[in-house]
Design a protein around this ligand. Structure first.
Ligand code: CMX
Ligand code: CO
Length: 145
Protein backbone atom coordinates (compact mmCIF):
# COMPACT_ATOMS: atom_id res chain seq x y z
CA UNK A 1 0.00 0.00 0.00
CA UNK A 2 2.80 2.47 0.89
CA UNK A 3 5.35 3.05 -1.87
CA UNK A 4 7.75 5.21 0.11
CA UNK A 5 8.00 7.84 2.81
CA UNK A 6 7.00 10.97 0.91
CA UNK A 7 7.91 13.42 3.66
CA UNK A 8 8.36 14.08 7.33
CA UNK A 9 6.54 17.23 8.45
CA UNK A 10 8.27 19.38 11.04
CA UNK A 11 6.47 22.14 12.94
CA UNK A 12 8.45 25.31 13.51
CA UNK A 13 7.98 28.90 14.66
CA UNK A 14 10.14 30.53 12.01
CA UNK A 15 10.13 28.94 8.54
CA UNK A 16 12.98 31.03 7.08
CA UNK A 17 15.24 30.33 10.03
CA UNK A 18 14.59 26.55 9.82
CA UNK A 19 15.10 26.50 6.03
CA UNK A 20 18.49 28.14 6.50
CA UNK A 21 19.41 25.58 9.18
CA UNK A 22 18.44 22.55 7.03
CA UNK A 23 20.22 23.97 3.97
CA UNK A 24 23.47 24.72 5.73
CA UNK A 25 23.54 21.66 8.02
CA UNK A 26 22.25 18.88 5.74
CA UNK A 27 22.91 20.47 2.32
CA UNK A 28 19.25 20.08 1.33
CA UNK A 29 17.60 22.25 -1.32
CA UNK A 30 14.20 23.90 -1.18
CA UNK A 31 12.16 22.78 -4.20
CA UNK A 32 8.82 24.39 -3.30
CA UNK A 33 7.45 27.07 -1.03
CA UNK A 34 3.71 27.45 -0.59
CA UNK A 35 1.04 29.01 1.56
CA UNK A 36 -1.79 26.51 2.04
CA UNK A 37 -4.67 28.38 3.67
CA UNK A 38 -6.82 25.24 3.82
CA UNK A 39 -4.17 23.55 6.01
CA UNK A 40 -3.30 26.80 7.83
CA UNK A 41 0.40 26.67 6.98
CA UNK A 42 3.27 28.40 5.29
CA UNK A 43 5.58 25.61 4.17
CA UNK A 44 8.70 24.57 2.32
CA UNK A 45 9.65 21.22 0.78
CA UNK A 46 13.33 20.25 0.90
CA UNK A 47 14.31 17.48 -1.48
CA UNK A 48 16.13 14.38 -0.18
CA UNK A 49 15.89 11.71 -2.89
CA UNK A 50 13.85 10.38 -5.79
CA UNK A 51 12.14 7.01 -5.65
CA UNK A 52 9.41 4.94 -7.23
CA UNK A 53 6.32 7.09 -7.67
CA UNK A 54 7.93 10.35 -6.57
CA UNK A 55 10.47 12.04 -4.35
CA UNK A 56 11.02 12.16 -0.62
CA UNK A 57 11.25 15.40 1.31
CA UNK A 58 11.41 17.22 4.59
CA UNK A 59 8.38 19.49 4.93
CA UNK A 60 8.91 22.51 7.16
CA UNK A 61 5.66 23.97 8.50
CA UNK A 62 5.00 27.36 10.09
CA UNK A 63 1.41 27.97 11.22
CA UNK A 64 -0.58 30.85 9.75
CA UNK A 65 -2.26 31.33 13.16
CA UNK A 66 -2.37 29.67 16.61
CA UNK A 67 -5.80 28.08 15.99
CA UNK A 68 -4.57 25.83 13.15
CA UNK A 69 -3.41 22.18 13.47
CA UNK A 70 0.28 23.18 13.44
CA UNK A 71 -0.35 26.24 15.64
CA UNK A 72 -2.05 24.10 18.30
CA UNK A 73 0.73 21.51 18.09
CA UNK A 74 3.42 24.16 18.66
CA UNK A 75 1.57 25.56 21.68
CA UNK A 76 1.10 22.11 23.20
CA UNK A 77 4.37 20.37 22.33
CA UNK A 78 6.78 22.91 20.85
CA UNK A 79 8.82 22.43 17.69
CA UNK A 80 9.35 18.92 16.37
CA UNK A 81 8.07 16.12 14.14
CA UNK A 82 4.41 16.83 13.40
CA UNK A 83 3.52 14.05 10.95
CA UNK A 84 4.84 11.35 8.61
CA UNK A 85 3.50 11.17 5.05
CA UNK A 86 3.46 7.99 2.97
CA UNK A 87 3.22 7.89 -0.82
CA UNK A 88 0.30 5.83 -2.11
CA UNK A 89 -0.69 5.11 -5.72
CA UNK A 90 -4.34 6.10 -5.18
CA UNK A 91 -5.33 8.14 -2.13
CA UNK A 92 -9.09 7.59 -2.53
CA UNK A 93 -8.58 3.83 -2.64
CA UNK A 94 -6.15 3.94 0.30
CA UNK A 95 -8.66 5.93 2.41
CA UNK A 96 -11.38 3.44 1.61
CA UNK A 97 -9.20 0.45 2.52
CA UNK A 98 -7.69 1.97 5.68
CA UNK A 99 -11.04 3.39 6.86
CA UNK A 100 -12.56 -0.06 6.38
CA UNK A 101 -9.94 -1.41 8.80
CA UNK A 102 -11.22 0.85 11.59
CA UNK A 103 -8.78 3.78 11.45
CA UNK A 104 -10.49 7.19 11.83
CA UNK A 105 -10.06 9.35 8.74
CA UNK A 106 -9.51 13.07 9.37
CA UNK A 107 -10.33 13.63 5.69
CA UNK A 108 -13.07 11.61 4.02
CA UNK A 109 -11.89 12.98 0.69
CA UNK A 110 -8.45 14.13 -0.49
CA UNK A 111 -7.42 17.78 -0.16
CA UNK A 112 -4.79 19.85 -1.95
CA UNK A 113 -1.23 19.20 -0.75
CA UNK A 114 2.24 20.41 -1.67
CA UNK A 115 3.36 20.58 -5.29
CA UNK A 116 0.00 19.58 -6.77
CA UNK A 117 -0.40 16.41 -4.70
CA UNK A 118 -3.62 15.02 -3.20
CA UNK A 119 -3.43 14.40 0.55
CA UNK A 120 -5.50 13.01 3.42
CA UNK A 121 -4.81 12.51 7.13
CA UNK A 122 -5.42 9.62 9.53
CA UNK A 123 -6.10 10.17 13.23
CA UNK A 124 -2.87 9.92 15.27
CA UNK A 125 -4.64 8.12 18.12
CA UNK A 126 -5.41 5.20 15.78
CA UNK A 127 -1.86 5.01 14.37
CA UNK A 128 0.24 4.59 17.51
CA UNK A 129 0.37 8.32 18.25
CA UNK A 130 1.67 9.26 14.79
CA UNK A 131 -0.28 11.77 12.72
CA UNK A 132 -0.23 10.03 9.32
CA UNK A 133 -0.67 11.64 5.92
CA UNK A 134 -1.34 9.83 2.64
CA UNK A 135 0.06 11.48 -0.49
CA UNK A 136 -0.74 10.82 -4.11
CA UNK A 137 1.80 12.49 -6.39
CA UNK A 138 0.43 14.47 -9.36
CA UNK A 139 2.11 12.31 -12.04
CA UNK A 140 0.23 9.27 -10.74
CA UNK A 141 -3.06 11.16 -10.98
CA UNK A 142 -2.31 11.96 -14.61
CA UNK A 143 -1.48 8.31 -15.30
CA UNK A 144 -4.77 7.05 -13.89
CA UNK A 145 -6.94 9.58 -15.73
N1 CMX B 1 0.90 14.03 16.29
C1 CMX B 1 0.54 13.15 17.26
N2 CMX B 1 -0.51 13.36 18.10
C2 CMX B 1 -1.19 14.52 17.95
C3 CMX B 1 -0.86 15.47 16.96
C4 CMX B 1 0.24 15.19 16.11
N3 CMX B 1 0.62 16.03 15.16
N4 CMX B 1 -1.72 16.50 17.03
C5 CMX B 1 -2.57 16.23 18.04
N5 CMX B 1 -2.26 15.03 18.59
C6 CMX B 1 -2.91 14.37 19.71
C7 CMX B 1 -3.11 15.33 20.85
O1 CMX B 1 -1.95 15.38 21.65
C8 CMX B 1 -4.29 14.73 21.59
O2 CMX B 1 -3.83 13.73 22.45
P1 CMX B 1 -4.28 13.69 23.99
O3 CMX B 1 -5.78 13.55 23.94
O4 CMX B 1 -3.58 12.47 24.51
O5 CMX B 1 -3.81 14.99 24.56
C9 CMX B 1 -5.11 14.08 20.47
O6 CMX B 1 -4.23 13.98 19.34
C10 CMX B 1 -6.33 14.86 20.02
O7 CMX B 1 -6.03 16.18 20.15
P2 CMX B 1 -7.02 17.36 19.78
O8 CMX B 1 -7.11 18.31 20.91
O9 CMX B 1 -8.28 16.86 19.16
O10 CMX B 1 -6.07 18.02 18.74
P3 CMX B 1 -6.31 19.04 17.63
O11 CMX B 1 -7.60 19.76 17.71
O12 CMX B 1 -5.05 19.81 17.58
O13 CMX B 1 -6.40 18.09 16.33
C11 CMX B 1 -5.62 16.65 14.65
C12 CMX B 1 -5.42 17.14 16.07
C13 CMX B 1 -4.57 15.61 14.36
C14 CMX B 1 -7.03 16.06 14.52
C15 CMX B 1 -5.48 17.90 13.69
O14 CMX B 1 -4.20 18.45 13.89
C16 CMX B 1 -5.67 17.57 12.22
O15 CMX B 1 -6.78 17.45 11.74
N6 CMX B 1 -4.56 17.44 11.47
C17 CMX B 1 -4.59 17.15 10.04
C18 CMX B 1 -4.27 18.37 9.20
C19 CMX B 1 -2.89 18.92 9.45
O16 CMX B 1 -2.19 18.54 10.37
N7 CMX B 1 -2.48 19.88 8.57
C20 CMX B 1 -1.17 20.53 8.64
C21 CMX B 1 -0.14 19.85 7.74
C22 CMX B 1 -0.42 20.09 6.26
C23 CMX B 1 0.47 19.32 5.29
O17 CMX B 1 1.18 18.40 5.68
O18 CMX B 1 0.45 19.67 4.10
CO1 CO C 1 2.61 16.97 5.08
Amino acid sequence: MFMRIDHVGIACHDLEEKIAFFERTFELTVVAREVNTEQGVKEAMLHIADGEGGGSYIQLLEPLSPDTPVGKFLTRRGEGVHHVAFGVPDVVQALDTIGGRGVRLLDERPRHGSMGSSIAFLHPKDVGGMLTELVQAPERQAETM
